[in-house]
Design a protein around this ligand. Structure first.
Ligand SMILES: NC(=O)c1ccc[n+]([C@@H]2O[C@H](COP(=O)([O-])OP(=O)(O)OC[C@H]3O[C@@H](n4cnc5c(N)ncnc54)[C@H](OP(=O)(O)O)[C@@H]3O)[C@@H](O)[C@H]2O)c1
Length: 333
């Protein structure tokens, strides 16, 4: 059997291009003592991988040039010398962007047999769903009646934040980059109001229109101009969960922060960044609840799926430019 692997060919300067990736072929090897061989079925495509392409110290080490990219993966066990995981088990964990991975089991979790599609464990029943829950409920401590505003609202995390806010009794508004996404926010993802930031003449005015009473909880995925405009719409004692800053990920140089930071003082705002993996208990709490919400139809889910490892780099580049609705994945045949 042949294994195709996506490796980092070069570090991007600014926008990511296909030239930053290379695909090689290698033989599939048998697992050694204590190891597992996994046939990968779905690979996650995540914004934070862009940060790992830069040679900078962060909460997760950078990819090295020539290295196989790593991401969340769901797969089926082909052979196992690891106690507790057997052939044909389904597993989820951090593995390579490749058709087959060898794992020592440390970053792998066996999936229970369930009716949920396997890919959901990389989205609504996985890291993005947990991120939405941790940011909204633990970091921003959303309360029923709060006015919540979400950026990148139609993506993997944002589409869940809107629905969780609605379930929790909040009023929720958001922004996304196409009219089709904005319609989905209203019709499917529980948003009370939404607008297309690319069509907005004044972001501050557009946010005011969808949040007429101001924002109690800002769930920030984007940064840049949208973040600055949202700051001007914060209510006194508002809370900001800093989840991500995707507007800056492709910038060749770090961008200046938002203007108007004196608002933090005058309006007594609280702003806190977070990384979902620091909150494993809250993540588990979310999964237990999400299974019920999905079964009851309270939580709906969208995926954008590219097919074949040769399309993984393209899917990543497209996701960074808004090509996805809901969770971006790659399905391996
Ligand atoms: N803190 C954590 O632990 C954690 C965990 C997971 C994710 N995150 C962060 O959460 C955010 C969302 O991640 P995700 O996985 O759910 O990705 P996603 O929202 O599914 O995909 C990224 C989306 O960002 C939007 N975007 C890209 N460039 C933009 C720009 N310049 N201005 C405004 N929007 C832009 C695009 O949608 P439009 O069409 O709307 O532009 C794109 O579809 C990211 O910032 C990510 O880094 C953080």
């Amino acid at each position: 059997m042949i294994n195709q692997q996506v490796r980092l060919a070069s570090r991007p300067t600014g926008q990511v291009t296909q030239d930053n990736f290379t695909i090689n072929e290698t033989d599939v090897v048998d697992p050694g003592p204590g190891q597992i061989l996994v046939r990968n079925m779905f690979m996650s495509v995540d914004p934070y991988m862009r940060g790992r392409m830069n040679d900078v110290k962060s909460y997760i080490p950078p990819f090295q040039i020539g290295e196989v990219l790593q991401a969340g993966v769901v797969g089926e066990v082909v052979a196992s010398n690891f106690r507790g995981i057997a052939e044909r088990d389904h597993v989820v964990g951090m593995l390579g962007w490749e058709n087959f991975s060898i794992s020592d089991g440390r970053l792998l979790r066996k999936l229970p047999r369930s009716k949920a599609p396997l890919s959901w464990h990389l989205g609504i029943l996985g890291m993005p769903g947990m991120t939405a829950y941790v940011g909204l409920m633990k970091i921003a401590a959303a309360k029923p009646g709060d006015n919540v505003f979400v950026t990148a609202a139609a993506g993997a995390v944002g589409s869940v934040v809107g629905q969780l806010a609605r379930i929790h009794g909040c009023r929720v508004a958001g922004t996304a980059g196409t009219d089709r996404k904005v319609a989905l926010l209203r019709k499917e993802f529980g948003y009370d109001a939404a607008f297309n930031y690319k069509a907005s003449k004044s972001l501050t005015a557009s946010i005011k229109k969808v949040c007429p009473s101001g924002i109690d909880v800002l769930f920030e995925n984007v940064g840049g101009e949208i973040f600055e405009a949202a700051l001007w719409n914060m209510r006194d004692h508002g809370r900001i969960a800093l989840c991500g800053m995707i507007a800056d990920y492709n910038a060749a140089e770090p961008q200046p922060g938002p203007r108007g930071m004196m608002l933090m003082v005058g309006r007594r705002l609280t702003m806190r960044g977070f990384i979902v993996t620091d909150h494993p208990d809250a993540g588990e709490e979310y999964i237990a609840k999400a299974i019920g919400w999905v079964a009851d139809g309270k939580l709906v889910y969208r995926e954008t799926i590219a097919v074949g490892i040769e399309n993984a780099a393209r899917a990543f580049i497209d996701m960074l430019q808004g090509g996805n609705t809901g969770k971006q994945l790659v399905r391996l045949s």
